[in-house]
Design a protein around this ligand. Structure first.
Ligand code: BGC
Length: 793
């Protein structure tokens, strides 16, 4: 059913129009006569659909992996695949991409974000949005703005000056809002963030929403609040927030009708927002597509996920040319992430993946001689218990429903079953699982609300007094553990009581389990490493360490991983460390290993992608979209993170990422833009032509001096003149990824537009290019640079 915008606007009464300005449920808008419901879904590393337990969907490389590709065209292909996924789930608006910046390396959602650099973030985001929207699905870019860490995320005020906001944190949004014919993506929706910006909630920040977004950038799309991030009826509407999500209305609805009666806001503001929503509904085919949620596990999508995973893998070190591995290697595959591989981070970005390819099975599948040892475990919370269970739901009003499940990891934003009241329900879970080994099993309970776990009739964890401070977006309890002796092959009876409590936002329950650990898991791994020709360690974090609602508190790898790597390296000089984490980790063992590769959370083709790269079938194509520091104390926001007294002061100002290390003359472990391939490149002559006002073209010739085809990311930085406003030493202005055959040369042209030279002038409320001579430097990282020329303003 097509929507007739003018007729709808004419026919709806005020109450109906107001009802459109808040959601109906977690993922839909209100359905009205002539107006079907719009469906949203997370984003960004896949399209989950409307349920956490629902149909499977493809898991894509995370944001930092896409950033590392330095390849907006490839990311546009990813966008198309995501658009197709969205359509298969009846989704009109994809809540993505996430374009906040890596202000500190321990931000809990960094893996979702693209880079520390606003220009790289902007170009990758533009590719992403273009792809998604070309499929008739709107992208909802998020979180606007200065939502760069998770500490007190619902209430913290990011204290950031106007120039820093414009030059850094707003820049990716600005690029995505710009129309396609001006190099942008014409993004159709935007999500306001949870935090305050300089004291005012982002969802009612008139200066930002109405001023910057709508007036300065001419954004005519829809602004949606982050989930439960609306704080007022009239003020948010007046500021330009169109839609309160999720539904039903908490701040709007009757409150907004009252505010209209009291003339706190006018009906014309209601009409403006309704019109924008209806326009979006028309643009995204609301009512014209099926609402069924299907699984579209296509070869085309799997192929682009695999190519993107490879394109994002960053080879940090390969001093002795150990990689690619010789095909007759015997491999000891070791590490907590070595068997399954961590394909995605945690929180709202998570999907139920289609067919995740594990690392061990993929490498074994290549016919190599492989032994496997886990080495150590890194569970922050124990992995979900699997078995045969029935969840018996009971509603406050007496309704009941039984739902079978094979995994005790449950989360509900809406009612868990038909007839169950979402705000007043509890559950009794019963079932069993079969222990694979005999010994002391550990069980853990993490819960939003009260829960009691019994195994074989004995209480193992009693969480009947609910606690908060952990998982489930910060709303869950810490994990409480207990131990039970179990026998291999003898089914253990599991019962869980999950109490009926009133909780409006979200409920969740995780029952984790871990078998008894071996006597000396690190020692077993070391012995396996000593017996093999190569040791490949797959280490890192997981979706509990890098997740929404919690920052990390250290750069160190969790568990005994540092010890594991150091001891393996002692017995095998051919040690490769694969870092499977969405953001940087400390590497105290760096000098003792032969090769290190950062692979991020690469999506569900992880195993095949890694096998291709380790064996040299493909080259790791990534470059660092962030700086890897030596220690947390060296990092830009260290003095200010996480914040105090409700304030997160952005005291480092313009100097985030490489700009900080340059200004402070700090030597990082690996610099922004760094990454090796399986060949080598020589930079030849370069030249600069054009003017700042009309645009500058930088031509660079490079030669592949190695013996196989390979890609290089040519990076161009601009260094401002001395004098004038204080500025970073240099900033990334353009980049291009180029594939060159062995022995061949290529000339690439990079374009710098006026913005690459500009600063935000607060007094003039506009961009200006300070006069003087600008040096243009090119190279293959933010520190490996040579002068290409200069331009004068
Ligand atoms: C996140 C958003 C997400 C929304 C819906 C929030 O907790 O911050 O990024 O889109 O939930 O799941």
């Amino acid at each position: 059913m097509a929507i007739d915008v003018e007729a709808v606007l004419r026919d709806l009464d005020l109450e109906q129009k107001v009802s459109l300005l808040a959601g109906f449920d977690a993922w839909h808008t209100m359905e009205l006569p002539g107006v079907p419901a719009m469906r949203c879904s997370d984003g960004p590393a896949g399209v989950r659909g409307t349920s956490w337990q629902g149909p499977r969907s493809a898991s894509f490389p995370c944001g930092s992996s896409l950033g590392a590709s330095f390849d907006p065209a490839l990311v546009e292909e990813i966008g198309h695949a995501l658009g197709r996924e969205a359509r298969s789930k009846g989704v009109n608006v994809l809540l993505a991409p996430t374009v906040n910046l890596h202000r500190t390396p321990i931000g809990g959602r960094n893996f979702e974000c693209i880079s520390e650099d606003p220009w790289l973030t902007a170009r990758i985001a533009v590719g992403y949005v273009r792809g998604v929207q070309a499929e008739g699905v709107a992208a909802c870019i998020k979180h606007f703005v200065a939502n760069d860490t998770e500490f007190e995320r619902m209430s913290i005020s990011s204290e950031v000056d106007e120039r820093t906001l414009r030059e850094l944190y707003l820049a990716p949004f600005e690029a995505a809002v710009a129309p396609l014919d001006r190099g942008g993506a014409g993004v159709q929706a935007l999500m306001s963030s949870y935090n305050k910006v300089n004291g005012t909630f982002a969802s009612e920040h008139s200066e930002l929403l109405r001023g910057v977004l709508r007036e300065d950038w001419c954004f005519d799309g829809v602004v949606i609040s982050d989930w439960y991030g609306t704080h007022s009826a009239a003020a948010s509407l007046e500021a330009g927030l169109d839609l309160e999500m999720p539904g039903p209305a908490r701040l709007r609805g009757a409150n907004l009708l009252a505010a209209l009666r009291d003339a706190e806001v006018t009906e014309s503001r209601v009409d403006e927002s309704v019109r924008r929503l209806l326009d979006l509904f028309v643009a995204t085919g609301v009512g014209e597509r099926g609402t069924e949620e299907l699984v579209d596990d296509s070869v085309q999508t799997r192929d682009v996920i695999r190519r993107a995973a490879i394109a994002g893998m960053v080879l940090l070190k390969n001093d002795v040319g150990l990689l690619p591995l010789a095909l007759d290697s015997s491999i000891a595959l070791i590490g907590p992430n070595a068997e399954r591989g961590q394909i995605q981070g945690g929180g709202s970005a998570k999907v139920r993946p289609n067919r995740p390819i594990g690392v061990l099975s993929a490498i074994r599948g290549r016919g190599l001689d492989v032994t496997y040892e886990q080495g150590c475990s890194i569970d922050k919370r124990l992995a979900a218990l699997t078995g045969e269970f029935v969840v018996h739901y009971e509603s406050g009003d007496g309704a009941t429903a039984d739902v079978p499940t094979d995994r005790l990891s449950l989360m509900w934003m809406d009612a868990p079953a038909a007839k169950i009241d979402k705000a007043h329900f509890g559950a009794r879970i019963s079932g069993s699982f079969v222990p694979a080994v005999t010994g002391d099993w550990q069980f853990g309970v993490t819960s939003v609300g009260a829960a009691v776990l019994r195994i074989n009739g004995e209480v193992v964890v009693d969480l009947s007094s609910p606690q908060t401070g952990g998982a489930f977006f910060g709303m869950g309890s810490p994990e409480i553990r207990g131990t039970v002796a179990l026998e291999q092959g003898v089914p253990a009876i599991v019962d869980v009581d999950y109490a009926v409590i009133e909780y409006p936002m979200l409920r969740g329950l995780l029952i984790g389990a871990a078998p008894p650990a071996g006597d000396d898991p690190v020692g077993d791994a070391v012995r396996a490493a000593a017996a093999a020709s190569v040791a490949v360690l797959v280490v890192g974090t997981n979706d509990d360490w890098e997740t929404e609602g919690e920052d990390r508190d250290t750069l160190s790898l969790p568990g005994r991983q540092d010890e594991l790597i150091a001891r393996v390296a002692q017995v095998n000089p051919n040690t490769v460390v694969v870092i499977n984490a969405g953001s940087p980790v400390a590497m105290p063992w760096l000098d003792s290993v032969a090769a290190v590769m950062q692979v991020w959370f690469p999506g569900e083709e992880f195993g095949e992608a890694l096998a291709d790269v380790l064996l040299g079938i493909a080259e790791p194509g990534g470059r660092l979209p962030l700086t890897i520091p030596r220690r947390l104390e060296d990092t830009p926001a260290y003095a200010h993170h996480p914040g105090r007294n409700g304030l997160a002061v952005y005291g480092e100002g313009l100097n985030i990422g490489y700009r900080w290390y340059d200004a402070e003359e700090i030597e990082p472990l690996f610099v922004f833009g760094h990454g090796l391939g399986y060949t080598t490149f020589e930079f030849g002559p370069s030249a600069v032509a054009g003017t700042i006002l009309t645009g500058v073209d930088v031509t660079v010739s490079i030669t592949n001096s190695g013996s196989r085809v390979g890609s290089e990311v040519v990076q161009c930085y601009v260094e401002p003149p001395a004098g004038g406003p204080v500025r970073p030493l240099r900033t990334l202005g353009a980049f291009v990824k180029v594939v060159v055959s062995a022995g061949a040369s290529a000339t690439v042209t990079l374009h710098l537009d006026e913005r690459a030279f500009s600063v935000w002038d607060v007094a003039a409320h506009g961009w200006v290019v300070p006069t003087g001579e600008y040096r243009v430097v090119v190279g293959n990282s933010s520190r490996e640079l040579r002068e290409a020329g200069s331009v004068t303003r």
